[in-house]
Ligand binder design. Structure first.
Ligand code: NAD
Ligand code: MG
Length: 408
């Protein structure tokens, strides 16, 4: 754990790097930050595309550093920000350099997918306070990131609503699940937009339907993951990583109202839950302020208007991604990295309308069957497994296309 004094940035405030600032998590983070000018200073903002939006954010927040992908876009942005005093960085190492800047004390990982892996690693290696929304790096390499954090003194805090809820329900200091008397972690799941849709209709599902989540407004990739229940599968692995739990200690329950964000069951039969409106500003404010509680700007929970809380078992026959993720968690080694890579390729193909929704689990299953499970004990090994699994997944997508299964 870092000492409190180490977490103080410019003018005694936390110095923030918000990675993925133009995305759903980035925007929610900056809404919370705007309520607390006394606590936070925005030092760095990053975005991949939508450069005009990044420019607008820079004019509002006047960060010292802005990071984007393409050098040409960076040059144009730098010209437009000449009066703001913001340096614009681009290129392969720019994100890593930004999170390591001495003015940055706290890194919000809001990039989507494995694209956030290297910057998350750099932030953990540099001993920063690291707030993880970007679950894919944890799925791919969480065991190594936790070990790295122990060496560097980095503090890892979960932003994902379920893991933030579990964190809140665990005893402070977290001596370990068994020592804490924890029997089980129970992740709640809204069920996504197709909770009641028969599997026979999955072949015709469009990206627009899959991205229309009933409870949460999120980026397109996580919205598709929520529709296949792969999001909950990734979260099961994320929970194993963050809380050093065995896969059999993590269960999933469907809870359509998304008011209980997750639960922890103890050996004495007590079950602790964290509740709130489905609004990411709550877990974001919790992690930004931790250990203090700070205003999030969210509507208060009105239980009488919620009326009832329902629960049901997930249907793994209709949503095989959940079972595939659990199997990868149990297999360990490279399996979660392979699962994640295959899923990212399959979701991208679905969003590009070159793969049917129903074939997403087929692609993932075939790649998992193809790739042997090996130990992955370094960032290089993780990146190599990720690359090979992506190659295999692209071939599997093409093979599905050759079968002519895409009808939408
Ligand atoms: P999003 O698509 O809305 O935003 C993604 C951000 O990442 C954008 O700023 C984009 O410019 C940037 N980005 C995309 N590709 C990049 C690349 N190759 N290199 C660098 N930057 C890149 O996504 P989101 O919904 O905000 O989700 C972000 C992460 O947080 C995901 O891992 C998701 O699983 C996780 N998460 C999101 C929510 C939510 O409510 N949105 C909740 C829990 C966890
Ligand atoms: Mg979540």
């Amino acid at each position: 754990m870092k000492r409190e004094a180490d977490q103080v940035g410019p003018e005694g405030r936390q110095g923030l790097a918000v990675l993925g600032a133009t995305g759903s998590i980035g925007v929610s983070t900056l809404k919370v930050v705007a309520l607390h000018p006394d606590r936070f200073e925005v030092v760095a903002l990053s975005a991949y595309q939508r450069i005009e939006e990044l420019g607008a954010l820079c004019r509002t927040w006047r960060p010292a550093i802005a990071v984007t992908h393409a050098p040409e876009a960076a040059e144009a942005l730098a010209r437009s920000l000449a009066a703001e005093g913001t340096e614009v960085w681009s290129g392969p190492e720019a994100l890593e350099r930004a999170v390591c800047d001495p003015r940055v004390t706290t890194v919000v990982c809001g990039i989507v997918g494995a694209a956030g892996l290297k910057s998350a690693w750099a932030a953990v290696a540099a001993g920063k306070r690291v707030l993880f929304a970007n679950k894919e790096p944890l799925v791919m390499s969480g065991h190594l990131l936790l070990a790295l954090a122990r060496e560097s003194g980095a503090e890892l805090l979960p932003l994902d609503s379920e893991h933030n809820a579990v964190f809140q329900c665990l005893p402070p200091g977290r001596p370990g699940l068994v020592q804490s008397g924890v029997r089980r972690i129970l992740l709640t799941c809204s069920g996504g937009p197709f909770r009641n849709t028969p599997a026979s209709e999955f072949a015709r599902v469009t990206p627009e339907q899959a991205c229309a989540h009933p409870r949460w407004s999120m980026g397109r990739k996580i919205s598709v993951d929520s529709a296949t229940l792969m999001n909950k599968g990734l979260e099961l692995i994320e929970a194993c990583r963050l809380f050093e739990a065995r896969p059999e200690q993590v269960d999933v329950v469907i809870h359509p109202q998304s008011v209980i964000h997750s639960l922890v069951e103890y050996v004495d039969g007590s079950v602790l839950a964290q509740l709130g409106n489905p609004d990411m500003r709550t877990p974001i404010a919790h992690a930004l302020g931790f250990p203090d509680r700070i205003e999030a700007g969210v509507a208060r929970l009105d239980l009488a208007s919620v009326g009832r809380l329902d629960f049901e078992e997930p249907d793994e026959a209709r949503f095989p991604c959940l079972g595939l993720a659990r199997a990868a968690a149990i297999a360990g080694g490279s399996a979660p990295t392979v699962l994640n890579a295959a899923n990212e390729v399959a979701v991208e193909a679905f969003l590009a309308r070159t793969l049917p929704f129903a074939a997403i689990p087929t692609v993932i299953e075939s790649v998992l069957a193809m790739r042997p499970v090996v130990a992955v004990e370094s960032l290089e090994a993780i990146l190599e497994e990720d690359r090979r699994a992506r190659d295999a997944a692209r071939e599997a997508v093409i093979a599905q296309g050759a079968k002519g299964v895409w009808a939408c």
